[in-house]
Each structure stands twice: as structure tokens, then as C-alpha cells.
Design a protein around this ligand. Structure first.
Ligand SMILES: *Cc1c(COP(=O)(O)O)cnc(C)c1O
Length: 499
């Protein structure tokens, strides 16, 4: 059955779920949402008794109704074969709380869960649309602005996928050594990577502008080509992330930690509000969630928003030791505003216009009450983050990365709610070895990223994931560093190479 989507900013034009996945972002700059969300609920008893893959099939069949169940089943089988854990996203104990380990994919961050799936959904969607229109499949250039982890996960997912290219922009100097090496060593004939002079928001804003460039779109359309996004604004990115909220719950039920039907809390380290929004979708699909705790680093726009109802991006951009959350414009919040306002496109359009023109907006009191009832918040500065890493290691025997540690700090400073609390662990600590080593009290002076990796292994008697250790020998393929103004031309060049 077709699942219809429309823009958060207008419900004049609807598209199918496959069209939404192919397009990435709506033509008016809004994000695709479906009014069917919540109409069909997942059967919780069934979820509690089944595998990750089976739940993944249930979630995708509910939210991407235009692909056949057979096609979805094939995508699911292929996508998660590259994970090193049979459970895909295992849950383990950390003190009295639970850690949802999302980093067992090929690039060692949670983004793999979605980005191993998105290329498959996109290829299937392109074939579906081509069959419906009787023409050859469109060719797609994926355009991605990354704060560090999305870029590599997108490259790994899309490398050498037939008919699709992938161009990644990262803030030069704004990502960890290992993150940069992961990207600039990426093999594949259809990929391009460039550092830009600017921060993540600069990269993301320019990418959004390129998506809105009508003239470019027309030039590409003449060649049977279109741009799309692998950022969490794409429905196909969001949907696979819904799965691990359900599966984590099922694991807790099976281990006896909770009973089926109990409410749980999820604490989510957030930048773009994508990961936590997937949790909100899970709740709409019937997962018993008591509250979400949104954890931010010093770029705490979301903490301010969730305490005051006022979103204000006009403030200094702080570089932190959790760089994947160094974000001031949390794109996916727009989807929450849509659903929580009772699906008010006009209000969302007005708020987004205000954000664009003045850098801020204030939501109506009723909407704020709706949001703040479900979403709690807190933030951690770099010292808090380092203490949380040290505490997790010394007290709980768990080695966690700085992003996860932001969440741990926020959880540790909150009163318990009587509900089981699940902390989403978003990356392997070895992606950020220097920061983790310093948090454990070691000096990193004069050490390279790989020296730090070695030290961290020796100190904690743990092992760096193989894909990260292998970067030592990987040849660098991309050395481009460009100005923001040069990004559109860079994209058009990459498109030409794909033709
Ligand atoms: C991307 C990322 C986040 C933030 O996720 P959002 O979907 O942007 O909220 C947190 N931690 C790590 C390690 C990440 O890569």
C-alpha cells in the first residue's frame, strides 16, 4: 500500500514514500512527513519475541509502504551482514542503566544502521519509480554535509552503487584525525570528498542552498540526473533508526530487566535531532516510552529550546571533543514541530521563515507544553564529558566515546524516574582516541592519532575495531580543501564524472 508523504511546510503536494526517499528534501525546503504515522502500530508482544531483522522488516513495511515486502526483506538481509555483532545493536549494562551499542557497523558510528540501508532503499525506490513511469532509472548524486560521522557512513554505504554517486563536504579542521582519514581514504569510483573552510553549519547551509538551485537542477535533469541527501533529513535515513528503539526494548524484556508494556526512558546524545526523532517515531508506532532525555554538548541550542521554547542559533559555534554534535541548526526538530503542533504546516513554515530571517523563533505555549512534557534535556561541557568518560571506565568498567559521555553526564546529573534508562551509545571510543585518552588522565602530547589508539588499547586492555586500525595503511585519495563558494561547482564536476 502506498504511504504518502508531504512537506512539513505545506500539504499541497504529496509524494509516495519511494519518491520521498529519492528526493531527500521537499522542493519548498521542508522535510517529508507522513500523516499515516501512528495509524498502524507495531505489535509489541511480537516485537519482544523476534529478531532485529524481523522488527526491521515490520518497521520498514509500515513506513515505506510502496516497496514490496520481498524487496524490503532483501534490503534488510544485505544491509546488516556487515555488522560485527549478531545482535546488530546489542544492549549491555552501564552501572544501573543500559547502553544501546550502535557502533558495530563498518564505520564504527550509529549512522551505519541507517546508511547501510539507505543505498539499498534508494536503489529499490529508483527501480520502483522507473517501473511505474516506464522510463530508465534516474541517476542520483548524494550530497552530504558532515560533522564527521555521516560522511564516512554515507561513503561506505554508497561506494560503487550502480547509478548513484556520493559527494561529501566536511569542515576542514573540524573533525577528528581518524574521522578525516576514514573519509579521504574511501575507495570507490563514484565518490568525492572535500574539506571546506567553515564549520558544519556552513557546509550544511550551502548544501541546502545547492539543493534549492533550480538552474542546476534543470541542467542535471536534462542528463537524467538529480541530487539527493544522505543526511537525516531523508526519510530513508530516519526509518531504519526507529528499529533499534524497538529492538532495545525487546532485549530488555528478554533479559528480564523490564516486563513487556513497562515504560522506559531513552537518553540520546544529539546534534541534528535525527536520532532522537527516530525514537519519537517509535513511540508513535506504539513503543512505551516515558521520556526522552536530549543531551547536548556546549552547543546547547536544544537545551535552551527545551527549557524556554525559544530556538536561537545566533550564538558562537563551539568546537568540542564531541564534534559530531557541534551543530546549531537541528534540522529534524522541524519534523517534531510538525507532529507536536497537531500537524500545522502553516505554523512550521512561519517558524522556519523566522529562523531563516532572524536566526530564532519562539513556539506557542501550547506547542511548548506538548514538547517539553515528553522531551527532557541537559548539556555537558568538555570537562563534564571527560569526567563522564573517566567515571564510566573507573566505576562501571565501560569505555565510552565522548558523544556517549555527553549523554552519560546528563543521565548521571538527573534524578532517577523509576523507569529503566537506556543511553544510546553512538560511536566507538576508538574514533576519538586522543580525547578519550586525555579523559583517562593520560598525556597525548606529541602523539599521533594512531599512537593514541595504541596507548588506549594498552591502557584499557581493549581492542580498536579493525576498520579503524586499518586506516594506518590506507592511501589518501582526496586532498581537496575548498571555499564554501566553490561547493556548487565541485558538485557539478562530480556529477559530470558520474555521467
Ligand atoms: C551524528 C552523531 C550524533 C548526533 O546524531 P543526530 O542524529 O545528529 O542527532 C551523535 N553522536 C555521534 C557519534 C554521531 O556521529
Amino acid at each position: 500500500m502506498s504511504t504518502l508523504y508531504h512537506s512539513t511546510r505545506s500539504n499541497d503536494a504529496t509524494v509516495t514514500s519511494t519518491q520521498a526517499i529519492i528526493a531527500g528534501i521537499a522542493p519548498d525546503g521542508g522535510l517529508y512527513v507522513s500523516d499515516a504515522l501512528g495509524e498502524t502500530q507495531l505489535d509489541l508482544t511480537r516485537v519482544c519475541g523476534q529478531s532485529w531483522r524481523a522488527t526491521c522488516n515490520d518497521v520498514l513495511n509500515t513506513l515505506v509502504g510502496d516497496l514490496s515486502a520481498e524487496t524490503i526483506a532483501r534490503c534488510v538481509d544485505e544491509a546488516y551482514a556487515s555488522f560485527t555483532s549478531d545482535a546488530v545493536t546489542p544492549v549491555s549494562a552501564i552501572g544501573n542503566d543500559w547502553l544501546l551499542e550502535l557502533y558495530h557497523g563498518p564505520t564504527c558510528a550509529f549512522k551505519d544502521v541507517a546508511l547501510q540501508m539507505l543505498p539499498r532503499l534508494m536503489t529499490a525506490s529508483l527501480a520502483h519509480e522507473a517501473a511505474a513511469s516506464g522510463s530508465a532509472p534516474q541517476r542520483i548524486m548524494i550530497l552530504t554535509a558532515t560533522s564527521g560521522d555521516t560522511g564516512k557512513a554515507a561513503l561506505a554505504g554508497f561506494a560503487d552503487v550502480e547509478g548513484i554517486g556520493c559527494t561529501v563536504f566536511f569542515p576542514a579542521g573540524g573533525v577528528s584525525d581518524v574521522q578525516r582519514l576514514q573519509m579521504v581514504t574511501q575507495p570507490g569510483a563514484n565518490v568525492a570528498v572535500a574539506g571546506i573552510h567553515g564549520n558544519f553549519d556552513d557546509a550544511q547551509t550551502t548544501v541546502k542552498r545547492i539543493f534549492g538551485d533550480r538552474a542546476l537542477a534543470e541542467r542535471l535533469a536534462e542528463q537524467g540526473m538529480a541530487l539527493s541527501s544522505a543526511n537525516s533529513i531523508n526519510v530513508g535515513r530516519l526509518v531504519p533508526q526507529v528499529v533499534y528503539y524497538f529492538d532495545a526494548y525487546a532485549q530488555l524484556v528478554r533479559s528480564g530487566a523490564i516486563s513487556c508494556g513497562d515504560e522506559v526512558d531513552f537518553c540520546v546524545p544529539t546534534g541534528n535531532f535525527g536520532d532522537v526523532l527516530a525514537g519519537y517515531y517509535a513511540k508513535q508506532l506504539g513503543l512505551p516510552v516515558h521520556q526522552f532525555v536530549v543531551a547536548s554538548n556546549t552547543n546547547d541550542v536544544l537545551t535552551e529550546f527545551l527549557t524556554t521554547g525559544r530556538y536561537n542559533r545566533v550564538r558562537p559555534f563551539e568546537k568540542t571533543i564531541s564534534p559530531s554534535m557541534d551543530i546549531l541548526v537541528s534540522s529534524n526538530l522541524e519534523r517534531l514541530l510538525y507532529y507536536a503542533s497537531g500537524r500545522d504546516c502553516e505554523l512550521v513554515a512561519q517558524l522556519m521563515r523566522s529562523l531563516d530571517e532572524t536566526g530564532e523563533y519562539q513556539v506557542p505555549a501550547e506547542l511548548f507544553a506538548e514538547i517539553s512534557g515528553l522531551f527532557r534535556c541537559g548539556s555537558a561541557n568538555d570537562d563534564d564529558t571527560r569526567s563522564a568518560i573517566a567515571r564510566a571506565w573507573q566505576t562501571d568498567g565501560r569505555l565510552i566515546d565522548p558523544h556517549t559521555a555527553v549523554g552519560k553526564h546528563v543521565l548521571d546529573t538527573r534524578e532517577g524516574t523509576g523507569h529503566a534508562r537506556v543511553l544510546l551509545s553512538t560511536a566507538s571510543p576508538y574514533k576519538f582516541s586522543p580525547a578519550v585518552l586525555e579523559a583517562l588522565g593520560e598525556s597525548t602530547e606529541g602523539l599521533s592519532g594512531f599512537d593514541c589508539m595504541d596507548r588506549l588499547e594498552a591502557l584499557t586492555n581493549t581492542q580498536a575495531p579493525a576498520p579503524l586500525a586499518a586506516l594506518r595503511e590506507a592511501p589518501v585519495r582526496f586532498r581537496d580543501e575548498i571555499e564554501r563558494e566553490a561547493m556548487p561547482a565541485y558538485v557539478e564536476d562530480a556529477c559530470k564524472r558520474l555521467l
